[in-house]
Design a protein around this ligand. Structure first.
Ligand SMILES: Nc1ncnc2c1ncn2[C@@H]1O[C@H](COP(=O)(O)OP(=O)(O)OP(=O)(O)O)[C@@H](O)[C@H]1O
Ligand SMILES: N[C@@H](CCO)C(=O)O
Length: 327
């Protein structure tokens, strides 16, 4: 019989960028931007949420984290448990940086830890994919690094690629929300053979380029004809930034997930980071869109249980410790 611990579990979960251009619903990469989830059993359910926009979310048993945690307990044969949930998130909501995936993955990992880890990570991944509907964000958030996966409605086999050491990103986060649901509605039901062939080629090339560290190939490999052209009208400035970013130092640029965030890939040694950032801000600004930029590295570790004593340490310098002087 499975048992739930009385101890509080704290999990740190990375943000993620999905698609990476042509890999629609198949490619995702974890990013060095985080949410922290604290979970424990309680006499009465209590949900406390901290971080920008988190006050918009429900704090009763309809909360996504609560719902997902209960699924884990039910799968382990246990009845519904009142829960104390505290979540702090730096991942902006509904912006294309995997906030829903971070909530799902955080709840799965924390609830599983409360059960003593009865489910393997692979099982958590299958559950997460089913809940999110595609494996790209949840895979990256759970495992870290770059995840290549394919979901057929039953199973999602995957491969994790360690991101090239020199790969870094600049994201520009427009000051408006765009739900994944709305951005998926913009897509057509059918595609031409030439567009499908184009994307298969680019996506395959991108995976090979990332796996072999050939960053110079990103420029051509990141092109997409499956989702970005149809979503561009929802995001002022998007087409211009995706076309022109390479002339300001980017290796290539893409829509992050379902948007509206745009992500530019850059060599971390590049001296054009400030120029690229300014170009992205100026383009959005000329469209009348306020936006925030961040320089983010790939996260290599994925969701992890941290000890309660470490809960106050918000900025664990994992990347700096591991990457050293080589970015
Ligand atoms: N911490 C959280 N607790 C509860 N619900 C959350 C939490 N974070 C996100 N969500 C839910 O997920 C929704 C956002 O999901 P959506 O897929 O539209 O965007 P995203 O995940 O931020 O971006 P993308 O999937 O394009 O990367 C929120 O409106 C909210 O309903
Ligand atoms: N692959 C998904 C990611 C957003 O959740 C999409 O582009 O719709």
């Amino acid at each position: 019989m499975n048992k739930i611990t009385n101890e509080t579990v704290v999990v740190k979960i990375p943000a993620s960028t999905a698609n990476l251009g042509p890999g629609f619903d198949a490619l995702g990469m974890a990013l060095s931007l985080y949410a922290w989830l604290e979970l424990s059993v309680a006499n009465e359910t209590e949900v406390k949420l901290y971080g920008a926009g988190m006050d918009e979310l429900p704090t009763d048993s309809s909360n996504l984290v609560y719902q997902v945690a209960q699924r884990v307990f039910a799968k382990a044969g246990l009845a519904e448990q009142p829960l104390k949930i505290s979540m702090y998130s730096d991942i902006p909501l509904t912006r294309g940086l995997g906030s829903s995936a971070s909530a799902i993955v955080g709840a799965l990992v924390a609830a599983n830890e409360m059960l003593g880890g009865v489910f393997a990570q692979e099982e958590l991944f299958q559950m997460a994919t089913e809940l999110e509907g595609h494996p790209d964000n949840v895979g990256a958030s759970l495992f870290g690094g770059i995840i290549v996966s394919s979901w057929d409605g039953v199973a999602a086999p995957y491969v994790k690629i360690t991101p090239p050491q020199a790969l870094e990103t600049i994201v520009i986060i427009p000051d408006f929300q765009l739900s994944t649901e709305k951005a998926r509605h913009a897509l057509p039901e059918q595609y031409s053979k030439s567009d499908v062939v184009f994307n298969i080629g680019r996506s395959s090339l991108l995976v090979a380029a990332l796996a072999s560290g050939q960053l110079q190939l990103i420029r051509s490999a990141i092109q997409d004809r499956i989702h970005q052209p149809y979503r561009a009208s929802l995001i002022p400035g998007m087409s211009y930034i995706l076309e022109q970013a390479v002339h300001h130092g980017a290796l290539g640029a893409a829509l992050s997930g379902a948007g509206p965030t745009l992500i530019a890939f850059i060599d971390c040694h590049s001296e054009q980071k400030a120029q690229l950032q300014q170009f992205m801000v100026d383009t959005m600004s000329s469209e009348g869109i306020a936006a925030t930029t961040m320089t983010l590295a790939p996260d290599q570790f994925g969701a992890r249980v941290i000890y309660k004593e470490e809960q106050v340490v918000r900025d664990l310098p994992f990347m700096e410790l591991i990457k050293g002087d080589d970015c």
